[in-house]
Write a protein that binds this ligand. Structure first.
Ligand code: DX5
Ligand code: ZN
Length: 217
């Protein structure tokens, strides 16, 4: 599954870009929330998620929370109508209770690890998450280059998940394009977040089709 990150879409014409991607069969959008603290950048607030769901009730809003102020920020995005929230393992000392909180509120819950966090740190949570996001760039900005060691990290995560007997999808985020998407697919990733490749490098439909071709080949 491709989950376009709207961070690099045309924010003066966001609805148009989302519609163009949805017409290519995209059913989930990745919404990057940056708090200027956990990461050195700012992006959107809960209002954007609320408006997204009002305008596109049939599309899934996946919120990638790059904040360590979860007490304030996470419930706000639950209230705004997010379908799935994924937060960073590095950002909290009570991941368990946030995963429970999300499930109790009827959302899907994901855990995210940044490039320098050992993959086996996610082990205790594998039976409680709906997906695992392996960052393939340092969080904070779109348009960065894919970090090659992510391939081994995806393989390692896939092995860990296999031992649990559960089907936890692995998502990869950062520097995904027609070259890297093939490598991460082979390594065992299932969900591909792509921002600048889809929204900045050519017509949206063409970019999505190019990715789909590699994924299904
Ligand atoms: C980075 C974000 C990514 C980013 C992806 O902090 O989490 O979702 O927008 O953008 P590209 O595809 O341009 O690397
Ligand atoms: Zn992201």
């Amino acid at each position: 599954m491709i989950a376009p990150s709207i961070l690099n879409a045309n924010n003066m014409n966001l609805g148009h870009d989302i519609e163009a991607a949805a017409q290519c069969g995209i059913s989930r959008f990745h919404i990057d929330i940056m708090d200027g603290h956990f990461v050195p950048n700012l992006s959107y607030g809960p209002e954007l998620v609320k408006n997204f769901k009002n305008q596109f009730p049939n599309l899934e809003a996946e919120v990638h929370l790059m904040s360590n102020n979860l007490d304030v920020v996470l419930p706000a995005f639950v209230k705004a109508g997010a379908d799935l929230i994924e937060f960073h393992l590095e950002a909290t000392n009570k991941p368990d209770s946030w995963l429970t909180y999300l499930h109790q509120h009827g959302l899907k819950a994901g855990l995210v690890i940044s490039p320098d966090t050992p993959v086996d740190k996610v082990k205790p949570f594998l039976d409680k998450i709906d997906q695992l996001l392996i960052m393939s760039v340092y969080p904070g900005f779109g348009g960065q280059s894919f970090i090659e060691k992510s391939i081994d990290r995806i393989k390692q995560a896939r092995e860990l998940i296999t031992t649990t007997g559960r089907q936890v999808p692995i998502e990869v985020d950062g520097g995904i394009d027609e070259d890297t998407v093939g490598k991460v697919t082979q390594a065992g990733a299932d969900i591909y977040v792509a921002g600048s490749y889809i929204f900045k490098r050519g017509p949206i439909a063409e970019q999505i089709n190019k990715l789909n071709k590699v994924i299904s080949s």
